[in-house]
Design a protein around this ligand. Structure first.
Ligand SMILES: Cc1cc2nc3c(=O)[nH]c(=O)nc-3n(C[C@H](O)[C@H](O)[C@H](O)COP(=O)(O)O)c2cc1C
Length: 413
């Protein structure tokens, strides 16, 4: 039996992806834990390690989810006496302010992340997120292959992550703690991410109706269970991205509750669910959240999100609010070279080269798996502020293949 088996493993003192015996009664586990924690254990038919086996597609049909029940386990690394979530918590090692790229559906796939890494200065670019990925979908035998394509990391992106030191976080969403447990266990076993982020901010109606994402704001009991289930299953740090409230800001109460969960980091999009993305982001709410954090005993990095338009803007916002960094969303559409400081003059040729690089990478990575039409939303970001940009863009919008894009670019140059 290794140290991981004895002490739960996975912290920086005993890094390890596997935590044998974890969640099961063991003579090595303290009867009275230092802090009482809610941990999840699942009993399934005829299976010793029901959690690992229960997730496989073959078992899905016969091995119906067992009932989750809280069990007490030893929640601390014996040596550092920190919460298990201390394990390799890269969030605490990031420079201040740190710059993260927001998770964006149909935008931040492996190709776009790679593209940005190729043109950014790693001094101003620290964390990227996947598109949000459904825990319900991951636990569904038919839907799973499609859903997990959102978690794909190409070899070339992996190589860049290694070279630049940029961290990659998988974002997940759902409303069922057990599905979080199963999904995260699977992610930790099958993928190689630096962190898991729980989406508690998406305001889209069909998702909110399922009780997930921003619908979780203020659902303190369920949120506690979801975070605990995720942390229980996770071999990597767990963070949350959220908003300031549903109809009104409830920043202090909500962030207060999240701080109690000992997350590795929190990103706060300073709009309510009702604001969607239209209302101006209110950075006073970030100041409030930082004050709550500072007056608690928690040393949890807090990142502000909403309408960050440049590195200069980010530096001012962090200075004014005390945030540990910013998350950049649509700012990247206005300037793909966002993560550089000072900004460099970008020529028309560089824009066209980047456009082609994106189309080329996308088609090479996805083939026919993803619709070519997804690329069209990007054309605008590369074709602006030069003579003839509007006409070129209109022509590009008519294309249906990488070859056609190439022909349009060649005719323009
Ligand atoms: C096209 C698009 C897709 C998005 N998809 C996600 C997502 O998958 N997960 C998430 O947490 N937020 C998502 N968001 C929200 C962004 O992460 C970010 O919180 C929001 O755009 C506000 O930041 P901004 O004002 O800098 O754009 C998305 C936003 C856009 C514009």
């Amino acid at each position: 039996m290794g140290v991981n088996a004895l002490f739960g493993g996975g912290c920086s003192h005993f890094p390890g992806r596997e935590r044998p015996g974890y969640g099961y009664p063991s003579p090595m586990r303290l009867k009275e834990p230092v802090t009482q924690g809610l941990y999840f254990r699942r009993k399934a038919r005829g299976s010793k390690d029901s959690i690992a086996q229960g997730f496989s597609p073959e078992n899905e049909a016969t091995n119906k989810p067992g009932r989750l029940r809280p069990v007490q386990t030893f929640p601390f690394c014996y040596f550092c006496l920190q919460n298990k979530n201390c394990m390799n918590n890269f969030w605490k090692d990031l420079p201040k302010p740190a710059f993260t790229l927001a998770p964006m559906e149909d935008v931040t796939d492996t190709t776009f992340r790679q593209l940005l890494m190729e043109i950014s200065d790693p001094e101003f670019f620290h964390v990227v997120f996947t598109e949000f990925t459904s825990t319900d979908g991951m636990c569904h035998p038919v839907g799973r292959p499609n859903v997990i394509s959102r978690l794909r990391v190409s070899d070339s992106e992996r190589e860049l992550l290694r070279k630049t030191g940029i961290k990659l976080v998988a974002q997940i969403w759902g409303a069922n703690p057990e599905k979080y447990y199963q999904s995260v266990k699977f992610i930790c076993e099958e993928f190689d991410f630096d962190g898991i982020d729980i989406n508690m901010g998406c305001p889209v109606k069909k998702i909110v109706k399922q009780g997930a994402c921003s619908a979780l704001i203020g659902q303190n009991q369920l949120v506690t269970e979801i975070i605990q289930a995720t942390k229980e299953a996770s071999c990597i740090p767990v963070s949350v991205k959220t908003r300031t409230g549903i109809k009104q800001h409830i920043t202090e109460d909500w962030i207060g509750h999240l701080l109690e969960q000992d997350l590795a980091a929190i990103t706060l999009h300073c709009r309510t669910q009702k604001d969607q993305s239209e209302a101006p982001a209110d950075w006073n709410e970030i100041t409030k959240a930082v004050n709550v954090r500072d007056s608690s005993e928690k040393d949890i990095p807090l990142y502000g999100n909403g309408d960050v338009i440049s590195v200069e803007d980010a530096l001012v916002k962090c200075d004014q609010t005390g945030a540990d960094g910013v998350m950049v969303g649509r700012g990247i559409f206005h300037n793909p070279w966002f993560f550089n400081h000072p900004q460099i003059e970008i020529s028309t040729q560089q824009k066209l080269d980047l456009l082609w690089r994106h189309v080329d990478l996308f088609t090479e990575t996805w083939g026919s798996e993803k619709h070519f039409a997804i690329l069209k939303r990007f054309f605008k970001i590369y074709t602006n502020s030069f003579y003839g940009a509007g006409h070129l863009r209109a022509q590009l919008m008519e294309t249906n293949s990488a070859g056609e894009v190439r022909a349009v670019i060649d005719a323009f140059s």
